[in-house]
Design a protein around this ligand. Sequence first.
Ligand code: ZN
Length: 166
Amino acid sequence: MSSLQNLYQQVILDHAKHPHGHGLVDVPSGHLAGESHQVNTTCGDEVTLRVDVRSTDDGATLERVSWEGQGCSISQASASVMTELVTGQDLREVERLDAAFHALMGSRGKGLDDEEVLDALGDGTAFTGVSQYPARIKCALLGWAALKDSLARSGALADRPGGSDD
Ligand code: ZN
């Protein structure tokens, strides 16, 4: 195993051991709240995730992501890394990060060659090696699926100004 792979593995293990955003937190009144429970049956991973969205003049900001879960270290670490990446971002940026991570997971182990995107993904790039294993990709995407569903349930995506492409 190369040292780079070791480094990646260490990032994943660290996040699995000390997950960011772990433990569901109440959403203050006046903010939009959404919650989603996602299960990856092939591996036995579970994530319950809650979003706290604050409307702003020019859109909406993802104030906080909190979650509970159990399962393999890839699923739990990925939810942790995702929480770090998306917290405090406006929803357009959250969408971009979601697309970037999905692109990375679709790269079959090759990774992405866009420096700017890799920079934005931060610790998320530690999952590059995971994209070689279709069964583990589901683990890595579980938290992201819960995030997307939570945002949809919160209603934050529907009333976003400029959110439509037509
Ligand atoms: Zn798993």
